[in-house]
Design a binder for this molecule. Structure first.
Ligand SMILES: Nc1ncnc2c1ncn2[C@@H]1O[C@H](COP(=O)(O)OP(=O)(O)OP(=O)(O)O)[C@@H](O)[C@H]1O
Ligand SMILES: [Mg+2]
Length: 167
């Protein structure tokens, strides 16, 4: 199954991220792809809020990794500035994914080797000034379970549209 979620405001994308938070357990990985300004950071802000992170969440473009303390640690990566997948090892990317928190990776599709076996690959598309299509593609069995529950959660948010398709 895949899910196509449409939000019609930045706040709806935030609420969409927020519904994922209570479903997350240590070791979960969410990859975010999509153009500049598609809403990757906005979606992450909602996840962070739902995890109880109180400090502001900003794009980790220049830091590559920002860690926020919440119900679980949130490892917020942004791979935009990396040139080569081999740099992931220098950053201890793989160790961090298993460090007991939840990883959210902006530009997570940049390197094939950054893809986890289990998790959700999220692609955001700009469809209008204030609307975004957020496609969920699960990876592995944990990803399938998590994506299904997240899509159901988003469907319950007023205004957000969710379409499920089999593949
Ligand atoms: N439906 C929507 N969902 C998300 N953001 C929206 C929406 N409508 C408008 N926006 C605006 O689009 C912008 C999204 O910016 P954001 O930083 O989240 O993008 P990004 O994908 O992280 O970009 P970058 O690749 O630069 O990190 C914000 O200014 C936000 O207010
Ligand atoms: Mg961003």
């Amino acid at each position: 199954m895949t899910w196509s979620i449409t939000t019609f405001s930045a706040n709806q994308t935030f609420q969409c991220g927020r519904t994922l938070a209570p479903l997350l357990v240590a070791g979960d990985v969410v990859l975010l792809s999509g153009d500049l300004g598609a809403g990757k950071t906005q979606l992450t802000k909602g996840m962070a809020d739902g995890l109880g992170v109180v400090e502001p969440v900003t794009s980790p473009t220049f830091n590559i990794l920002l860690v926020h303390e919440g119900r679980l640690p949130l490892y917020h990566f942004d791979l935009y500035r990396l040139d080569r997948g081999a740099q992931l090892e220098d950053l201890d990317y793989y160790g961090t994914l298993e460090a007991g928190g939840v990883a959210v990776v902006e530009w997570g599709d940049r390197f094939a080797e950054a893809m986890p076996d289990d998790g959700i690959s999220v692609t955001l598309n700009i469809v209008g000034d204030e609307s975004r299509r957020i496609d969920l593609a699960p990876l592995g069995s944990r990803g399938a379970e998590l994506a299904a529950a997240w899509a159901a959660g988003c469907d319950a948010v007023p205004g957000i549209s969710v379409v499920e398709s089999s593949r």
